[in-house]
Structure formats: C-alpha cells, structure tokens
Design a protein around this ligand. Structure first.
Ligand SMILES: Nc1ncnc2c1ncn2[C@@H]1O[C@H](COP(=O)(O)OP(=O)(O)O)[C@@H](O)[C@H]1O
Ligand SMILES: [Mg+2]
Length: 229
C-alpha cells in the first residue's frame, strides 16, 4: 500500500451559519493514497468544488479534520498554508485561470517565481513542461490567442511547475468540446501513469470514469466510493 497523502475525518463546511446556513459538506471521511487517480462526482451544488477547495487549502473547513501527509492542517500557520498550496499542490480549473496580460511561458513560470526559483531555471523548466504538453510553439503568445484545449495545456504545465504532490482539477474539461476533452483526459491519465496523484472534480460521468476510483457525493455527503479498474 502507498502512503496516505490525504485524509478527511468527518469534514464539514457550513456557509452562512444560522437560519439560512448551507451545509456544503455535511461530514465526509475518506483517504487518498499517493499515486491515486480519483474523481469526485456529483450533481451541481452537491459540494464538489467546496470539497476540492478544502483539500487544496483554498478554503477552511468548519469542523472535522484534514490530515495532509500525516499532519493536521489546522495546526498550519498562514505561511505554511501558502507554502503548501504553492509547493505541494497544482490546480487546474474549468476556466483555466490564466493571466491574460502575460505570455503563456510567464504563466507557467509564475508558481516557480513565487517559490523563489531563479529566472534561468524557471524558464528552462517552463519550456520543458510546455514541450511535454505539446504547446512549446505557443510559449510567447498571450493566453487569449490560444484555443481552449491549448489554454488548458498551459494550465496543466503551470500546475506541474513546482512538482506538486497532488494535482487538483475542478471540471477541467467543462469548457472544452468532446475531442479536446478526450485529449486532456488522456494527458491526465499519462500524468497519473508517471506517478502523479490526481483528484478531479466533475459532474460528468464520462470524465469521472477516466479515473481509477470514483467518489460520488450528494448533498455534501459521500454516497459511494468505488474502484473503477
Ligand atoms: N461561498 C459560498 N457561500 C455560500 N454558499 C456557498 C458558497 N460556495 C458554495 N456554496 C453552496 O454550497 C453548496 C455546494 O456548492 P459547490 O461546492 O460549489 O457545489 P458543486 O461544485 O458540486 O456544484 C451549494 O448549495 C452552493 O450554493
Ligand atoms: Mg463546482
């Protein structure tokens, strides 16, 4: 068995506590091992993004425990949270979330810039990653001039920049056509086969099925958790 990277124990996330509160996560418990490729599936509003944001340390949980690499994140300082997000996690979003006023190359370099890596090394690694994602020829263009699929490849290269422990993707193919979706899913599969731990959130069963394990959530609770091999 591989070491556990992520463990949630009865995690809740309640928005607007009080009369009109929303229990986006109503008590979820599960573990993810190093190297797993997991999808989290559920209808719109079921709590998928909230769960992903919690796992990615982009949002705080309300109660329960989140154990990351054996450490309870509630003990993390703000500084440690930021450092973990930057160095241990890579993020891929439906709308790519690229900076449109800088080149694709600079977008891929950005996490390394924040991590304090020198300019020469940044550029070298960013170009390598763009080559791997087959978008090297787009390096000096601004994101807006690229197709959706190309932009998502830039975002994946950026997610890989600091060699993260976990790649989190929230509806990564939600803005793409079916052919491009297939290509991006193949890419994620390749990344998984080369050892990356990947967590993908989606409402699309077709996307969910590309993972080795499917966790289904409904109303903020885990409904099922099955292997898909
Ligand atoms: N910042 C927020 N404030 C209030 N309610 C929120 C917030 N974010 C999400 N919610 C609510 O929490 C529930 C789960 O949302 P979300 O995690 O975005 O679902 P999904 O990603 O599965 O569509 C929904 O009812 C949503 O309206
Ligand atoms: Mg969502």
């Amino acid at each position: 068995m591989s070491p556990t990277i992520i463990e949630c124990k009865n995690v809740t996330r309640i928005f607007n506590p009080g009369e009109n509160e929303v229990r986006a996560l109503a008590g979820v418990s599960f573990k993810i091992e190093k190297g797993e490729y997991v999808s989290i599936m559920g209808k719109s509003g079921s709590g998928k993004s909230t769960l992903l944001n919690t796992l990615g340390l982009l949002d705080n949980l309300t109660s329960g425990q989140y154990i990351l690499n054996g450490n309870d994140v509630s003990n993390y300082s703000e500084k440690k949270l930021t450092k973990t997000r930057l160095k241990s996690f890579g993020f891929i979003f439906q709308s790519f979330n690229l900076m449109n006023n800088i080149t694709c190359l600079k977008n891929v370099e950005l996490p390394m810039l924040y991590a304090g890596i020198n300019g020469q090394e940044r550029k070298k690694r960013a170009l390598e990653l763009m080559d791997k994602m087959q978008i090297l020829d787009q390096a000096n263009k601004k994101p807006m001039t690229l197709s959706g699929g190309q932009r998502q490849r830039v975002a994946i290269a950026r997610a890989l920049a600091n060699s993260p422990d976990v790649i989190f993707a929230d509806e990564p193919t939600g803005a793409l056509d079916s052919t491009t979706t297939k290509n991006i899913l193949n890419l994620l599969k390749e990344l998984h086969l080369s050892g990356n731990t990947i967590v993908v959130v989606t409402h699309d069963i077709g996307v969910a099925k590309s993972a080795d394990r499917i966790i289904t959530i409904k109303d903020g609770l885990i409904e099922s958790d099955v292997m898909n091999l």
